[in-house]
Design a protein around this ligand. Structure first.
Ligand code: HEC
Ligand code: HEC
Length: 333
């Protein structure tokens, strides 16, 4: 808790420092991603299995990794996701990479943290379409899981609380340190070329850093999409207004992280921008009332591409087989 509060303060201070235009690396509005610390390794190993576990879905086919594919920047690279029975998802899937840095989860922030988030998709009829009871029943029918939950949580009873706890602990390991931009921040002045550096300077001087700042280069505040000029979309999502019912919150979304943004296309909550060139042009006009020249746009895009960090690597987890007692999957209907 304390860590989160102090993180928010440091982000705020950094944002203010950035706007005042200081050139000292220590005062940059963006901070390097730190490798994960203080992690429960046995929970991580179990959570990794559950993250790849399609039997948490009704179809026995959809896992967290189906929509947050760790081979593709933690996303599905689709406009909106495909859920159970090929259901068209309502909104673009954000990356799970560095999601532990977010102030809250989901575009509208309706889940406070990763653990609170992880129960959602399992029971969402348009996503994995199982129920928490069914998910627990499936896991409890598999002796190797019963043994592993016992080892990790010291309990004979598998619960959804333990399932989401383990998944969240695994997700905390999905940080991507050591991007070229972070190496530049840490003092390696050759890590960026002149075009990328020009892009970073434009990113600061144009005002992008007012919303995209901190270690996540976003993820730490909710802001209106279409601040200067209204955003036009057929997508039904209302942002924070969907929770509060307040007109002032209409189209307020969690500012997405720009870490690994070169991998997480298409962009925006409706997935409407297919390319970074598009997304940067829209942001300039709608958020800042600024029309970038093609050269300026290309410089900012070059900078954004330096935010790709080291992707998580590990052996694909091998999942224990189902047995005679395991409820069979229902892939159709
Ligand atoms: C069918 C596709 C699909 C599946 C399966 C799925 N997700 Fe998601 N996930 C999404 C979409 C779409 C959103 C955004 C929903 C929203 O904001 O309203 C999302 C949001 C998230 C977020 C919030 C990220 C952020 O920046 O706000 C996290 C974390 C996450 N999912 C983790 C998981 C985990 C863990 C699982 C497995 C238990 C999972 N997801 C299964 C599509 C999926
Ligand atoms: C007033 C706050 C604000 C400012 C200023 C701002 N952004 Fe954004 N940015 C957002 C919000 C909110 C979104 C999500 C909008 C949506 O999905 O509808 C976003 C989304 C993006 C995305 C898409 C990320 C994704 O994964 O979907 C990119 C790229 C981006 N911004 C770059 C920039 C750049 C470059 C600038 C400066 C030219 C900028 N932003 C200025 C708030 C801001």
């Amino acid at each position: 808790m304390n860590a989160k509060v102090s993180f928010m303060y440091s982000t705020l201070a950094a944002a203010i420092a950035g706007i005042s235009g200081s050139a000292l690396a220590a005062d940059e509005p963006i901070q390097p991603i730190r490798p994960v610390q203080q992690i429960n390794l046995s929970q991580v190993e179990l959570g990794k299995k559950l993250y790849f576990e399609p039997r948490l879905s009704k179809s026995g086919f959809i896992s967290c990794n189906s929509c947050h594919n760790l081979s593709m920047g933690g996303t599905d690279n689709l406009k909106t996701s495909i859920g159970h029975n090929w259901t068209q998802g309502p909104i673009n899937a954000p990356t799970v990479l560095n999601s532990s840095l977010n102030v809250a989860q989901f575009w509208d922030g309706r889940a406070a943290d990763l653990k609170a988030q992880a129960g959602g998709p399992i029971a969402n009829p348009g996503e994995m379409a199982a129920s928490h009871t069914l998910a627990v029943e499936v896991l409890s029918s598999i002796p190797d899981y019963v043994i592993e939950f016992k080892q990790v949580f010291d309990t004979d009873q598998i619960t959804i609380d333990e399932v989401t706890q383990a998944i969240a602990e695994f997700e905390k390991t999905l940080v991507t340190p050591n991007s070229r931009f972070d190496r530049w921040l840490l003092g390696d002045k050759n890590a960026l070329n002149a075009t990328e550096l020009a892009g970073y300077n434009l990113f600061k001087t144009s005002g992008c850093v007012a919303c995209h700042n901190g270690p996540g280069v976003g993820g730490n505040s909710f802001q209106k999409m279409g601040l200067v000029e209204p955003y036009k979309t057929d997508n039904k999502a209302e942002g924070v207004a969907g929770l509060t019912g307040k007109d002032a919150d209409r189209f307020k979304f969690k500012v997405p992280t720009l870490r690994n943004v070169a991998l997480t296309y298409p962009y925006f909550h409706d997935g409407a921008a297919q390319t970074l060139t598009d997304a940067v042009d829209t942001m300039g006009r709608l958020q800042l009332g600024k029309k970038f020249t093609p050269e300026e746009n290309a410089q900012i895009v070059a900078f954004l591409k330096t935010l790709t960090g080291e992707q998580p690597t590990f052996l694909i987890p091998i999942l224990p087989p189902s047995n005679d007692k395991t409820p069979p999957p229902k892939p159709f209907g």
